[in-house]
Design a protein around this ligand. Sequence first.
Ligand SMILES: Cc1cc2nc3c(=O)[nH]c(=O)nc-3n(C[C@H](O)[C@H](O)[C@H](O)COP(=O)(O)OP(=O)(O)OC[C@H]3O[C@@H](n4cnc5c(N)ncnc54)[C@H](O)[C@@H]3O)c2cc1C
Length: 403
Amino acid sequence: MDLSFTSEEEQLRQKVRKFLAEEIPKSGLKSASEGREDKAWLAKAKAWQRKLYEAGYVALAWPREYGGQAMDPVKQSIVNEEMVRANAPYLVGGSGLGMFGPTLISWGDEEQKKRFLPKILTAEEIWCQGYSEPGSGSDLASLQTRAVRDGDDYVIDGTKIWTTGAHVADHMFCLVRTATEGKPQDGISFVLIDSMQTPGLSVKPIVTLAGDHEVNQVFFDSVRTPVANRIGPENAGWTVAKYLLEFERGGDAYTPNLYARIEDVRRIAKEEAADGSGRLIEERGFAERLAEAEIAVQALEMIELQVLSDLSKGRNPGAVSSQMKIRGSETLQALDHLGVEALAWYAAPFEPEARMMGHNEPTVVPDLGLTAMPLYLNNRASTIYAGSNEIQRNIVAKAVLAL
Ligand SMILES: Cc1cc2nc3c(=O)[nH]c(=O)nc-3n(C[C@H](O)[C@H](O)[C@H](O)COP(=O)(O)OP(=O)(O)OC[C@H]3O[C@@H](n4cnc5c(N)ncnc54)[C@H](O)[C@@H]3O)c2cc1C
């Protein structure tokens, strides 16, 4: 197997590296949750995605007629890798680009694609995902949010929960119950909410353990959306929903991110401890756990390359995305743990007792010192969202191992 890049791919890498070195905004746009309430932050985040799109670095593999460049997905992967290496701000329209866009390309009608895809690329319109409900997470097919036909509209009543970014989104793609007879999976439709400002729709913030406002509960009180906003046939939404999830589940398994985290941890662990007790990297137990994480990332990278190769041939990831989700999220948490351990006092820069004792000045490692604990807390959710890891193990058992 030849894993090397072609000279054309290497040229693209050099070009995007130069672009990023010159264009990355100096102001802090990095964190997913930071400043999300703030309109100025949102405008900056949207402008950054638009700039990347105009430079030709967004959705390279999408078809030309929908704003892409019909390139091999390997090229998009090179751009993404360079973005991680350059510590570039994340893309605010990620759920549209990574999940909803590819689903719409496969399942939407021409009018829907022409209407929604261009604004996903430029981040003019941000999407959120309305799947989970208070009583329906792992058992998603039991969802109760009801959509009833009234002329050319559906009228929706119910509630969605854990909706990431609903407070900054313009639209929601969601699953609604359109039939109650037969198998629960056969009574679900995939519909789009025209605007998060539609009368009857309200968004209530949920602040997580890490102190962030990323997720919300969304309430529908007779919310109207046109029947023309349904993706796929009525009551066939379950198939569309599962297709989208294949794209969602690879996210945390993204190995350039994980390699960058390993380097951060290693850098800290190589520092001499402030109390003169030596370097953590020389402690066998710590070094072994870091090596184990690195081996796990290398194994994951092989799966990632296989998926990339399948995508290049027009095949979707399939159930292997569940395997990537398990390995990626668990390795991420292991690295978070090592990061906090390596920083010790410095991992809690806001902890009052540490501050009083003068232990919290993050002078050694200002970047990781300020982010290790929020990352640790935030990433506790990574084994839950996009379908919990227990559920992914069930999928792998059935679909990959045929047990
Ligand atoms: C930070 C965050 C962001 C999220 N963003 C979104 C979003 O944008 N949109 C959206 O729709 N949803 C979102 N979710 C919801 C997420 O998809 C659900 O939390 C997840 O599917 C689990 O459902 P639940 O929370 O109802 O847990 P439950 O289904 O109640 O599960 C509780 C526990 O039981 C286990 N369990 C349940 N059934 C089984 C089984 N059959 N076998 C073995 N173990 C089982 C689970 O693994 C879990 O450990 C988000 C969640 C989080 C934490």
